[in-house]
Write a protein that binds this ligand. Structure first.
Ligand SMILES: Nc1ncnc2c1ncn2[C@@H]1O[C@H](COP(=O)(O)OP(=O)(O)OP(=O)(O)O)[C@@H](O)[C@H]1O
Ligand SMILES: [Mg+2]
Length: 281
């Protein structure tokens, strides 16, 4: 597993999850170990039912593992009570889902303010923070629109603004482009790249190889286990062609990926992270 000189943001050791369904037991995670440094951009891939969402639920502190250890910034999650767990989740982690999970009748501003309300932030401050988050995702002009008045991509941006409004360290996204067309999905991935370059740690579950190609590290799951963990040079968004594409496409430089047993992020944006740490503290 990854050896590190910095403290990992998340550290998972031999994690298991067994779902009990009457007499039957489903072993969704069968001993997963994973260490993620601040500032990494990780894709989790694998066949349907391999345990990706289960792992994300554990990482996001939405569910308790059956066995093993999970530490967030060195704090062992299993040793925390409900309240401390919720505080840790609110402080450190934001979520984005495939189906946006927005409230049907609330404006973009309300959706983004909601987590701040639960965190006890004053109205005035939350209005400012929500405005900032919506501006960050390019929706500064759409703050009073309801979901039905927004495109799919804009709805996902609202969901991302809601996820980052608390300035978490970690953004978890489970199939964030699954409900979007290719072009809109690209826009969301470009936004992820911006957020990553600003210091956010990203973990994205995806079935789409093009989405996984944008990450710096790809973790592959099968049958509740990690079967591959590799660092890669991420591919960048293709710029819109100024002229019609040539009949024979020019050769593209290969995003040469390197498989290595102890996966490390390609870069460690330390300086930005320290800023983020300060903001999140
Ligand atoms: N709440 C639950 N109760 C019982 N079994 C569950 C529950 N959630 C997941 N499972 C089972 O655990 C296994 C892993 O499921 P999980 O949702 O993590 O897979 P996944 O990799 O996210 O799949 P997909 O790509 O289809 O989303 C599956 O066999 C699934 O049926
Ligand atoms: Mg899933």
């Amino acid at each position: 597993m990854a050896q590190s000189t910095t403290n990992p943001l998340i550290e998972i050791v031999d994690l298991t999850k067994v779902y009990k369904m009457g007499e039957m037991e489903v072993h969704a995670l069968r001993g997963v170990s994973l260490s993620i440094q601040p500032g990494e951009y990780v894709a989790i891939v694998g066949t349907s039912g391999s345990g990706k969402s289960t792992l994300m639920n554990m990482i996001g502190l939405l569910d308790q593992p059956t066995g093993g250890i999970y530490r967030v910034r060195g704090t062992e999650s299993q040793k925390l009570g409900k309240k401390a767990l919720a505080d840790l989740r609110n402080r450190e982690i934001g979520f984005v889902f495939q189906r946006f999970n927005l409230l049907a009748r609330a404006t973009a501003m309300r959706q983004v303010e909601l987590p701040l309300f639960y965190a006890g932030v004053s109205n005035r401050k939350s209005r400012q923070m929500a405005t900032d988050a919506l501006t960050r995702v390019g929706l500064g002009e759409r703050t009073h629109h309801r979901p039905e008045e927004l495109s799919g991509g804009q709805q996902q941006r609202v969901a991302i603004a809601r996820a980052i409004v608390n300035q978490p360290s970690l953004l978890l996204a489970d199939e964030p482009t699954g409900a979007l067309d290719t072009h809109t999905g690209e826009e969301i991935l470009t936004l992820f790249e911006e957020l990553h370059s600003q210091g956010l740690t990203l973990i994205v579950v995806t079935h789409d190889p093009d989405v996984a190609a944008r990450a710096h590290r790809v973790v592959t799951m099968r049958d509740g286990l990690i079967v591959e963990d590799r660092v890669q040079v991420p591919s960048k968004a293709a710029p819109a062609p100024a002229f019609p594409a040539p009949a024979v496409p020019a050769p593209q430089p290969e995003a040469d990926s390197v498989t290595q047993p102890s996966a490390q992020p390609a870069t460690q944006p330390r300086v930005i992270l320290e800023t983020l740490d300060g903001a999140a503290a």
